[in-house]
Ligand binder design. Structure first.
Ligand code: CA
Length: 445
């Protein structure tokens, strides 16, 4: 399932997305882009498969001429256009990254281990002290918890130490010329030109990830234009060099993404025996008191907080019913607007708590389960489709329809219907219909 909307894409997030066999184009945009959602498996992979057929028949020079005409219509000054594009050539590394389709993915617990490393935690704690004044002011203006902001800072760019070293104009021009989502890249390229026209930064200093995510909180240009702020008051918005601007901009973006001040992102919970695991899905929302009536308690066994009783929440099982369970609230969804990966949002939530001495996951992860590879995800969907469970297409992405199909199959087996794909599940499907589907199935078949 491809679903619209995504958001921030730092290098780490591109890796998180690639876990789904996808490549994120970019960051923190309210702009609609196709992306995988409901991502639970993050992290990079070792074996990129490259598609090497050319996408565009025209030359880069031809593309530039055509784009120049369009840019002139948009009022871009010719001298600025020449300054940016004069000697530009496509960046082959950007194309390689855009077309990489990793075969293997890291399990969510390994992703979290990296995201919540002692080093990141220690740096975050030092920076909370060092930037206390700015963070206090940002909290007052936007109502976003400083620990969440520092967690985002840590995951997006390792606190500004990894903001990307590629020229954003060149990356986006490359992607507009021959990327997989040329229209999106073209829109972002025009947005990047707007940033330069506004005088925030010189085009040659506009560095970012291969996908065009910029600065310490990895904003794509359109998000930058809408949400970046000059928090330190020096007269320009600078998410590259000014931590206050970057953190203030991230807070502004979360605030605009329906952040509710003072509310938790969620919490680890425990569910009773015999629980109906088909309720554990981001699409199922109940009030906290309704979850309590279903027997959901805090992981330590205490009842759920009464002051959250009327809040809406979903039950998240990042590694299926044998792993930890989390009740996630509104602010988790705001973090998803920053980067539409549940693993990422979970990492941000937990890191924000670790920074305050908490945030340890109590239940154990099913570390004997290895995530399905890209080929296995295709095979799973093909077999579900062939067996009539209607996974909604065969695209290697385990979205809502595939999870529903898995649940239908699990129910026929008398298994807990958590919708989670495991090797055991694939094995059971293979046993049911030993023949591989004869014809490759298309998403529409
Ligand atoms: Ca500034």
């Amino acid at each position: 399932m491809l679903k619209k909307a995504y958001l921030n894409c730092s290098i780490s997030q591109a890796l998180a997305a690639s876990a789904l066999g996808l490549t994120l184009l970019s960051a923190c945009g309210s702009s609609a882009v196709q992306t995988a959602t409901e991502a639970t498996a993050p992290a990079p992979a070792a074996v990129p498969l490259l598609m090497d057929e050319p996408i565009r028949p025209e030359s880069f020079a031809q593309w530039r001429t055509e784009f120049r005409g369009f840019a002139m219509e948009q009022g871009v000054p010719p001298e600025l256009f020449e300054r940016i594009f004069a000697d530009m050539e496509p960046d082959p590394a950007v194309i390689r990254a855009d077309r990489s389709q990793p075969e293997f993915t890291r399990p969510v617990w390994e992703y979290l281990e990296g995201a919540l490393s002692p080093q990141r935690l220690g740096t975050g704690q030092r920076l909370l002290v060092r930037h206390a004044q700015a963070l206090e002011a940002i909290e007052q203006r936007y109502g976003v918890d400083r620990h969440v902001l520092v967690a985002i800072w840590g995951l997006e760019s390792n606190f500004g130490n990894n903001i990307g070293d590629r020229n954003v104009m060149r990356s986006l021009a490359t992607l507009a010329y021959e990327g997989r989502r040329p229209d999106f890249a073209r829109t972002e390229l025009l947005a990047a030109i707007d940033i330069v026209r506004n005088g925030d930064i010189a085009p040659e200093n506009m560095l970012g990830s291969w996908a065009g995510a910029m600065g310490q909180t990895q904003f794509i240009p359109s998000t930058y234009n809408r949400y970046a702020v000059d928090f330190d008051g020096d007269g320009r918005r600078d998410v590259w060099q000014s931590s206050a601007d970057a953190l203030g901009s991230a807070a502004h973006y979360l605030s605009a993404s329906n952040w509710q001040p003072g509310q938790p992102w969620g919490m680890e919970v425990a569910v009773p025996g015999g629980f109906d695991y088909s309720l554990a899905d981001m699409s199922v929302r109940k009030t906290v008191s309704e979850w309590a009536q279903l027997g959901v308690v805090k992981v330590d066994g205490e009842t759920l907080d009464a002051d959250l009783a009327e809040r809406h929440a979903s039950l998240l099982l990042p590694a299926g019913h044998r792993g930890p369970a989390f009740l996630i609230l509104n602010n988790f969804r705001s973090i998803l607007r920053y980067n539409n990966s549940t693993s990422y949002a979970l990492a941000i939530g937990l890191l924000s708590e670790r920074l305050q001495g908490e945030g340890r996951v109590k239940a154990s992860w099913p570390t004997q389960d290895q995530p399905l590879s890209r080929s296995e995800r295709y095979e799973l969907q093909e077999r579900l489709q062939a067996a009539g469970f209607e996974p909604g297409g065969v695209d290697g992405i385990l979205g809502a329809n595939t999870r529903q199909a898995i649940r239908r199959f699990q129910q026929t087996q008398g298994w807990p219907a958590d919708g989670y794909a495991t090797q055991a599940l694939l094995k059971a499907l293979r046993a049911q219909s030993p023949q591989q589907p004869q014809q490759p199935l298309t998403p529409d078949s």
